[in-house]
Design a protein around this ligand. Sequence first.
Ligand code: PLP
Length: 496
Amino acid sequence: MFPYKTSLHINRKSKEPLFLQLTNQFIHLIKEGKIPSGTKLIGTRSLAELLQVHRKTIVACYEELAMQGWLETIPKKGTFVPENLPLLKSEDYKGNKVSDNIDQIGFSYYKSNLPGKTIEKEEGWLYVNDGVSDGRLTPTEDLAKIYRRISARKNITKHLGYISTQGNEQLRSVLANYLNETRGLTISKDHILITRGSQMGIWLSAQLLLKEEDIIVVGETNYASADITFLHQGAKVLRVPVDENGIDTVALEKICESQQIKGVYVTSHHHHPTTVTLSAERRICLLNLAKKHSFAIIEDDYDYDFNYNHAPILPLASHDVHHNVIYIGSVCKTVAPVFRVGYLIADKEFVNEASQVRGFVDRQGDALQELTFAEFIKSGDLDRHIRKVLKVYEKRRDLFCNLLKEELSEFFSFNKPKGGMAVWLTLNKKYTWNQVSDIAKKYKLAIGNVSRYDMAKTNHNAIRMGFATFNEEELYELIKRMKFTMKDLVNQEKSV
Ligand SMILES: Cc1ncc(COP(=O)(O)O)c(C=O)c1O
């Protein structure tokens, strides 16, 4: 007889019901062929006695096994493992045990070779970022209250099912008004697709604009994730220089004269990564070129709300009389990256198409979160939040730039940014950022992947350093750790 007593184990401390513990063990034994097809199982009463459990437990176990197809009961004969049940082979053809290592994948797939983005953060470290809001200032309580209020509404059920891929209608209406008032747009809700953030807007634009070998133009320095998105789509990425007035539109014109381009990607308000603003003259040139050469402008307005010296400059989209601009933004920088609520704004037809495509990568957005943001914006809470954090971030920018200048100017040069949440910091060419990054680890300072700022390999020796996340004390600490790092680097160079 099969050694039931030694093969089946009962854990009375486990939360898993006894009958399920036994069921799972039986399945395992059958799958492995230890209880082969055709075996007649011991009766429920005898097994209950052997295992010292109630007979009802065994009956429930056998019923569960029968329901799942692992057992069959033949009247007046007994309970059997069905004939011809295939074995789950754990041995190869020579009888060798095959690895059951769960990390060893059993099929082939196409690797994207995309760079990784996850960071496991450790206590005590300072993590340099490229311009992210401070979570401590995020109005989570206010948002939670709105969310709770909305969720308690009687008619909420209509928002809980499968809904439009274009996003919640109420949010689209509120956003249309808000963006018309604050950014000089002239749109309706039908021009808006609610995305899960700007990155989704960039990805969808790439899907609709670019096929293999299509050309997209970007700045020589550019937001790496946009570059990677376009390259991954198979597009050819051509680059134009970027100076203190943004991307060089004369260089762009030259490209347009010799070949058809499909699009230009710009971060017009504050160029990513260098933080400069696209000048008025170049804005007009870019719009005229787009009209003349029939290409799309993907305008990624990722940090429109953060200006310290002047009122925000209206986006290209506000002057887009010929409908060339795909305007992208989100609350992820303004409120917090965790709230995946963004928008893609364009002609209705393009928005419809983008909504269709979106449905195949993300069936729909989170309607409750979208309704929450509709209220947050409509009530004026978003504007109040922006006004509050702007003052804080301005102070942090000033402190960070002063400290850099006072304490580290022999190593770094930079222009104080007029807006945004980061400084574009150029390192003296005697050193490399990789060296800095390596030594900084000793002082629990994580600089991150510096190569992402130089996808074009121009060796500009600069990276973005976000200041907004750090309070005053942390900024002093950051500078202190940078100083230790640079001191070590200098000593290291001397000793070579
Ligand atoms: C220039 C730029 N565009 C887009 C994004 C992505 O933003 P989101 O979090 O809204 O997807 C970022 C995020 O860092 C960014 O810096």
